[in-house]
Design a protein. Sequence first.
Length: 226
Amino acid sequence: MNYRIMSIGDSLTKGVGDSTMRGGYIPNLKKKLQGEKGINNIEFLNYGVKGNKTQDLLKRLETNEVQNAIKGSDIVILTIGGNDIMKVVRDNISHLEKNDFHSAKVQYEKNLYRIIDSIRIVHPRIPIILISLYNPFYTWFADVKEIDEILIEWNTIGQKVIDNYKGTYFVHIEDIFKNAHVLHSDYFHPNNKGYNLIANRVFEELTENVLKKYPTKHYSVNNREN
């Protein structure tokens, strides 16, 4: 089988923090998939842009380049939302409170629905994987206990949105980042080890669920559904 996988989103897709500068979790995931029996070739398209928020991604999904990439892909992997949270943190750095995140959380949910809808309009049956948000703020805000609660709420939203569609999957990575040794020196992005652990989680989801349900390229022609 041949697969083309499109990764799109923010710096987590771009691979910021990866010392090899090869694209974060993607090379690790590709290597793991190439070792799987029955897979002939895996091609990845990396559409990660550092600093992208959900609103930025929505604008990019309107472009011909991105839409054509979606049409020609077999799977989409998303990382988005971390910069939406980070904007609230930066805007309220001197007096950060949980209530400061409420309006951003509401908008995040709306935008996430629009993102999934925008992808499915272009490619109605394409499997979509959304990678969860994680808390990189243990070092910065160890005394702000609400940060963990905020991440739980936002990931609950991500799971809820994904549950409303067929052929969509939510991959949890938040527990990985309770260990500071998986963060880059900026204490925000993953380091090489962190990206490898993300690749492991996505690999498990792909091999245990996605590829089994969509075993052939151009499955949409065969009217396959989850």
